[in-house]
Design a protein around this ligand. Structure first.
Ligand code: 13P
Ligand code: 13P
Ligand code: MG
Ligand code: MG
Length: 365
């Protein structure tokens, strides 16, 4: 029998700015999912948060895009908004709920979704990545490293099961179309696209030899749905590991050097993505720098065993130190590009309002 792992997340408000949820919000999510488990909608679940985003990690046997699961997540986030965030006047109450009537699928309504259905292997370790103060394209570089870069993943060279490579499904978020590229032979084509992470986003990765689903990522772009700035689309991703896939250590290694991602203050600045344990996922400095956490589980007959807080390891201290150093370097540039995002991306912020005001004062030279 197949198991579905669904990770659905939303920012529905936080305490003292865009920091972290109030414990009562997380408790309510727990209560709602516990009920759903009692009613046998869910097999297992884990509620957590990365910064100000609440993540519902759920297993069931209903497949991906199941309307009951999506409705459960939607109702959970709506109820938290109405019963906790709004009465407490939390900051950004209901921020990611752009529509208020559920119509069968939570995708396109604001919350981020990463789901995969699979036949459980003899042992199925999975990593759930969650980031705050960045966007789905932030996964492009690490997902490339994990499944295509032999300098990151030794298994691509030395394990026959990985040696054939992987197929990447890339979504063009501007035109809502996708393309499948095969690695290693189309690696340069792949990089030509995913090197522009604001537009081309890795959606799924499959093992080439047998089509095994290996990774999925959320691809929501809130601003493209809403047509205005509503916070960044803090993304989630699920990666399966070991036994014919990258080992968990190879999966995590992809985050050892904190690459620069779009997000941070007002979703308008580049900054390093810092890998941290859950207890350090709350951002403070300039609403950042952007964070990534990773919870590791075993999926066993639909049960989630774990989690392990995988970046809560002294081996990542140096990554964090480098991230802080890069953060100082980037901050020194204040409002100047390339700390500030380029004009195409600033279009989806509040900057166009300022530029419009100046329009009438320009004179022809
Ligand atoms: P598997 O091929 O069993 O995943 O072993 C690889 C490994 O664990 C190396 O760290
Ligand atoms: P979030 O997308 O995490 O809510 O952050 C929004 C923001 O503007 C931070 O400065
Ligand atoms: Mg927020
Ligand atoms: Mg957030």
């Amino acid at each position: 029998m197949k198991t579905t792992l669904s990770v659905i997340k939303a920012d529905v408000g936080s305490v003292a700015g865009h920091t972290k949820p109030h414990p009562r919000q997380l408790e309510m999510a727990e209560e709602k999912l516990k009920d759903a488990k009692k009613q046998r909608i869910l097999k297992s679940f884990y509620v957590t948060h990365c910064g100000d985003d609440i993540e519902l990690i759920m297993t069931h046997d209903r497949g991906v895009d199941d309307s009951e699961i999506h409705e459960l997540a939607f109702k959970t986030f709506s109820e938290i908004t109405e019963k906790v965030s709004k009465p407490m006047k939390l900051y950004g109450a209901g921020q990611d709920l752009l529509l208020d009537t559920f119509s069968g699928n939570i995708k396109g309504m604001g919350p981020g979704v990463a789901e995969m259905e699979f036949e459980e292997r003899r042992s199925d370790p999975v990593a759930v990545f969650m980031a705050d103060k960045t966007e789905p394209g932030a996964w492009n570089l690490p997902l490339f490293k994990m499944f295509a870069d032999p300098f990151n993943t030794a298994g691509l060279i030395i394990d026959p099961a990985l040696h054939e490579g992987f197929k990447y499904t890339i979504l063009d978020v501007m035109k809502n179309r996708s393309v499948v590229l095969s690695c290693p032979e189309e690696m340069y084509d792949l990089l030509a696209l995913i090197g522009e992470p604001s537009r081309y986003v890795i959606k799924q990765i499959h093992r080439k030899s047998d089509g095994l689903i290996s990774a999925v990522a959320s691809t929501t772009r809130l601003s493209l749905i809403a047509g205005r700035y509503v916070g960044k689309d803090d993304p989630v991703a699920i990666v399966r590991a070991q036994h014919g896939l990258p080992a968990m250590g190879e999966v995590l290694e992809a985050f050892a050097y904190p690459h620069l991602v779009a997000g941070w203050m007002r979703g308008s600045h580049y900054g390093p993505l810092m890998p941290v344990g859950l207890r350090h996922s709350m951002v403070s400095r300039f609403d950042g720098p952007p964070r990534v956490i990773c919870l590791g589980f075993q999926v066993s007959n639909g049960e989630l065993i774990g989690p392990e807080d995988l970046f809560d390891d002294v081996a990542f201290d140096e990554s964090r130190r480098i991230a802080n150093e890069l953060a100082y370097h980037m901050r020194r540039q204040g409002p100047f590009m390339p700390h500030r995002l380029g004009p195409e991306e600033m279009e989806y912020t509040t900057l166009p309002g300022i530029l419009k005001k100046l329009e009438g004062r320009f004179v022809q030279e």
